[in-house]
Design a protein around this ligand. Sequence first.
Ligand code: AMP
Length: 430
Amino acid sequence: MKNVSFSDLGIQPEILKAINEMGFEAPTPIQGKCIPAVLSGSDVVGQAQTGTGKTAAFGIPAIQMANSGSKIPSVLILTPTRELAIQVTGELIKLAKFTNGVYTVPVYGGQPINRQFKALKKGAQIVVGTPGRIIDHLKRGTLRLNNLKFVVLDEADEMLNMGFREDLEEILSYSSGKAQTVMFSATVPKAIRQIMNKWMHQPEMVKVEGKAETAAGIEQFVMEVRDSVRTEAVCRIMDVGNFKLALIFCNTKRLCDSLVQDLQARGYSSDALHGDMRQNVRDKVMNKFRTGQIDMLVATDVAARGLDVENVDVVFNYDIPQDPEYYVHRIGRTGRAGRNGMAITFSSGNKRKRIRYIEKMIRTQLMPLPMPSVSEVRQSKMGNHLDDVIETLHAGGLREYIDQLEPLAEGDFTPIEIAAALLKLKVHAQ
Ligand code: AMP
């Protein structure tokens, strides 16, 4: 991983501020390549899937290039589905939070066209929409595309699969091939190449190579849990596995901070490591982790660079990494110095696609791991208490306690019942 930061990419300060507020620490590989290429004026074809940060890869230049305050849209983003249109709009609104005069309006089928008409009339600089609905607006004269500077075709292969080719070409003809054009597509079949040849000018191909080798000796698991259950899962796994040192990866600084708060509230000693912290604070945290004063370190990819701790028992991917290479780096923090290690990646619902992509790139299948049950956690805690009891027996010095218990044992209770009651007290004292 090269050390690229957002401020190296030619992004304007208002957007940098928004990026920081969103908690993004460093550009993802696709962003690092795509943003400078687009800002230098090139047409770009990006081969990347959802989860790689592709929306911001085209969204940041889109905001920067939009004609602020203009009544006619200067940026058009086409998506295959309304869900994606809504998602892209949400991300653009966040990225444009501090940029004056750049508003994003989504237009998609299924929503009353009049509402969209009103929104467009107010003046939108960026329009995000599905091809069919964009054509509707063009026919009604409620959308003008004669001023477009920048056009994005997101998930272009999906749009073609859904039969939008004619609509796409009709829309592209409005800007008569003059607008700078960026296309994102997971695959580049012949039909995509034809569109590139016809509507794009010597596009730069941006692809993130997924060359990724994982180390042997690391057991790699995937655990299916809803996002809201991940923290509980981390705690149960730590308890059942009796792990001493865990490294937990999140994709944003914000999530690191909130997860540390949640873990601390549950009584687990943890700390965050991310780029918003000063170097001396980071050093202190690192030191605490190395010396076992904290059990869990919650880090971003960037902050964990160069992290060299030998006995990390388990690495958690609380968020799925945005690049297979990140995955390899992350899990490589466990299983060091010939020890065995364990890596657990949380997934749910449509994130499975991203897991499959990582599996393909690392040529390894992650093994499904069920979430430990409450009774497994109890059993494991009980086992730990018994170990403590045995240790105490070996250490001796029990006379004073025996004197207290002997009268009880001579009464109605057997010694084993008394021991069980004491163990129960200890379990519940936690
Ligand atoms: P996408 O591939 O565009 O669907 O993005 C996947 C997720 O990654 C979204 O939730 C984004 O907000 C998030 N994201 C995008 N860029 C970054 C970044 N540089 N660092 C952390 N998260 C990011």
